[in-house]
Design a protein around this ligand. Sequence first.
Ligand code: DAH
Length: 342
Amino acid sequence: MAGYLEKIEELAGQARQQIARAVSLEQLEQWRLNLLGRKGQVTAILHDLGQVSPGERPLVGKQANELKNEIGRLLEERRAALEKEQLERAAARSAIDVTLPGLRPWTGSIHPLNRTLSRVNEVLYSMGFSLAEGPEIEDEFHNFDALNTPADHPARDEHDTFFLEGGLLLRSHTSPVQIRHMQANPPPVRIIAPGRVFRRDTPDATHSPIFHQVEGLYVDENVTFGDLKYTLEQFALRLFGPDTTLRFRPSFFPFTEPSAEVDCSCIFCKRKGCRICKGSGWLEILGCGMVDPSVFEAVGYDPERWTGFAFGMGIDRICLLVHSIDDIRLFLESDTGFLSQF
Ligand code: DAH
């Protein structure tokens, strides 16, 4: 019955290898069932002992039992080792290294133009103006004719306009919103109209084909230039601070008469003269004037009864000044290095 002893020997070698190489507790359990289970290979040998000749039975029995014990021990050792590995891996996964620098969560920020726009709007809302909006694609009537700028008017050339098909154009200023609002609403009127405007300008540090304006319109009976001055002065005080002063210079716009350009005392040097105001002490911030009677006629308001003032300012320019930004093109470039500073 040398066959049994050889089989035991072979099984022993195989079992030692399998157990040593088991990579998981599930696999180890599989090997245990294969060897020591009810239908396991070692169990089978012990079952067959009755068939071994009585002379050899003690030796075969002894070897088989020793194998069973050894496998039991090896299984136990390997199980302990695998469990330890599993615990160590779990611990490594959940370990917190308190010496690592923290991760700053990336947050977006408000675009500087939106910041400036919100601030301007807030101040004007607080003074009783409310929001009006109009389309970016306009027609010649609203963008020019109704604003007292007929086709042959030289002021049209100054707005290098993007013309579209069918008499349409990209609005070159926010003033057409005045016309649309008056056509749709009876006086009195107190509105502001913020929005994008478009001009065929070659981009450089101070010119962009897309920029932003806020338009204001105030219509009532007996409105005077004094009302205009007071309103804009209050606006500037609230926007730029208590020691701000304004300077009104006579100017020309087709839709206002008289018209003025308004300078604000330099927010950097307080009129001492600096690089930003080019030594003048003043910064130009808006255009304004008393609504021309022909504009009232174009929208069906009685020019004998109604009076009003209007103003328009460039938000990009104010934003550049307030933040000392030296290139208007930065506003449209979506450069997160620039934007994350705000
Ligand atoms: N629409 C003018 C422009 O874009 C700005 C402007 C000037 C608007 C005077 C006004 C105003 O309402 O009264 O150049």
